[in-house]
Design a binder for this molecule. Structure first.
Ligand code: FAD
Length: 466
């Protein structure tokens, strides 16, 4: 058994954990980072954001090549070498995890590999491949993340039932796959497998895909993918029976097929559960709620003053960039700064085809909060760049406060929507109003131009000088 004494221990090396440890080290705090994985990067780099985007890149190139036929250029049928596709994805992940390891060494942040659990208010015990390590700390940041939710009525030990991690492994390309859950992760993986040749059904309990997103944006997305995925809304899975020749799934609800449907694989993508209950937090006196979330204040402090928590383990939205910013704040507070986490907005992006991206308030949320808002939209059917790219299905929508005309939210559907969203987020953070955005000269012809044009469409955005 080895022993380490440190100023700061960070439990979990995902985007939240490594950002916190690096910021702390930059501020002169001695930091140790603990993770069960061999590599840094957590879910996001190893089995989340990054490998999924590497595969989505492959899917996009296949789809783009097919689309070119309509513009007079025909390529042959794609030949998929799954080992090489997997190799590409793995090389992207390893490039980034190696980079993190280098940055960690440069900052003298020690990585202890193993599963960590609190044994007291200032001690953590790590069970790793090299035995046990007891870490005594002055401060701790819990960045233990989350794991996929499984459903009790679905066979667990059948390799044909997979979660997002299993889907990213790309063991094969199933002939027919059911994506159970119409959220971002399920749709992204469905996009990948469809491009590689699978037939995809998506089942969603609610009345729209990606329920948190702007409904107009989702409507356009749903229309665009109508012929690509078989989507069953307001429908739920009631059972999955594993037979030799496939998984037989029964459904109930509005669009439920009358008979059980046979699938080669079922991807369960019904959300993620925080890991708060798995770390013996109570031994450190840290309160964890019944779902596994840890409550924190605006400085990311738990109910125990020297223990902080960040990222997926503290709640929605479960997104990497939220975790990163929280990690920075927690480290800064530990170093003595009076910082706190209080963003006006956190962007969300579904890297589907087309992409859906939204930031700030949606009209539904404005209604729930009793806010008076108005919106203005610019359809991409009138965008020169969208037309020249053969992708006119998009739309850019901005949501303004009715009285002040300040921008409160925005949503985009279309190619590159995720890249475009940053401008709207910045406008919200800076308190810009419709006129500021309309008067900002956007380069022509760009898709970003549609943000300025949507603002121009908003009545009252062009005013005279006082
Ligand atoms: P995590 O990244 O979950 O990392 C937690 C780490 O803690 C893990 O490495 C785990 O091994 C370790 N750990 C937990 N408990 C212990 C313990 N007791 N001892 C030792 N180690 C422990 N988000 C985006 O913003 N954009 C995307 O495009 C995106 N795509 C995604 C795609 C997929 C398929 C998935 C699954 C997720 C995606 N996410 C995306 C979500 C994103 O991955 C998470 O929000 C993010 O990783 C959360 O970061 P975190 O620091 O809270 O923890």
């Amino acid at each position: 058994m080895s022993e380490i004494k440190t100023q700061l221990v960070v439990l979990g090396a995902g985007p939240g954990g490594y950002s916190a440890a690096f910021r702390a080290a930059d501020l002169g705090i001695e930091a140790v980072i603990v993770d069960a994985r061999e590599t840094l990067g957590g879910v996001c780099l190893n089995v989340g954001c990054i490998p999924s985007k590497a595969l989505l890149h492959v899917a996009k190139v296949i789809d783009d090549a097919k689309e070119m036929a309509a513009h007079g250029v025909t390529f042959g049928e794609p030949k998929i070498d799954l080992d090489k596709v997997r190799g590409w994805k793995d090389s992207v992940v390893s490039q980034l995890t190696k980079g993190l390891s280098g940055m960690s060494k440069m900052r003298k942040v020690k990585h202890v590999q193993g599963y960590g659990k609190f044994t007291g208010s200032n001690t953590l015990e790590v069970d790793g491949p090299d035995g046990k390590t007891v870490i005594t700390f002055d401060n701790a940041i819990i960045a233990a993340g989350s794991e996929p939710v499984s459903l009790p009525f679905i066979p667990k030990d059948d390799a044909r039932v997979i979660d997002s991690t299993g889907a990213l492994e790309m063991a094969d390309i199933p002939g027919k796959m059911l994506v159970l859950g119409g959220g971002i992760i399920g749709l992204e993986m469905g996009t990948v497998y469809r491009a590689l040749g699978s037939q995809i059904d998506v089942v969603e309990f609610l009345d729209q895909l990606v329920p948190a997103a702007d409904k107009d944006v989702v409507k356009i997305y749903q229309k665009f993918i109508k012929d690509k995925f078989n989507v069953m809304l307001e429908t739920k899975v009631t059972g999955v029976e594993a037979k030799k020749d496939g998984l037989y799934v029964t459904f109930e609800g509005k669009q439920a097929p009358a008979e059980a449907v046979r699938y080669d694989k079922v991807l369960v993508a019904v959300g993620r559960r925080p890991n708060g209950k798995l770390i013996d937090a109570e031994k450190a006196g840290v309160h964890v709620d019944e779902r596994g979330f840890i409550n924190v204040d605006k400085q990311l402090r738990t109910n125990v003053a020297h223990i902080f928590a960040i990222g997926d383990v503290i709640g929605q939205p479960m997104l990497a960039h939220k975790a990163v910013h929280e990690g920075h704040v927690a480290a800064e507070v530990i170093s003595g700064m009076k910082h706190y986490f209080d963003p006006k907005c956190i962007p969300s992006v579904a890297y589907t085809d087309p992409e859906m991206a939204w930031v700030g308030i949606t009209e539904k949320e404005a209604k729930e909060q009793g806010l008076k808002v108005e919106s203005a939209s610019f359809p991409w059917a009138a965008s020169g760049r969208a037309i020249a790219s053969g992708r006119t299905e998009g739309m850019t929508k901005l949501i303004f406060d009715k009285d002040s005309h300040r921008i409160l939210g925005g949503a985009i559907v279309g190619i590159n929507a995720g890249e475009m969203l940053g401008e709207i987020g910045l406008a919200i953070e800076m308190g810009a109003d419709a006129e500021d955005i309309a008067l900002t000269i956007h380069a022509h012809p760009t898709l970003n131009e549609s943000i300025g044009l949507a603002a121009e469409m908003y009545e009252g955005s062009i005013t005279d000088l006082p």
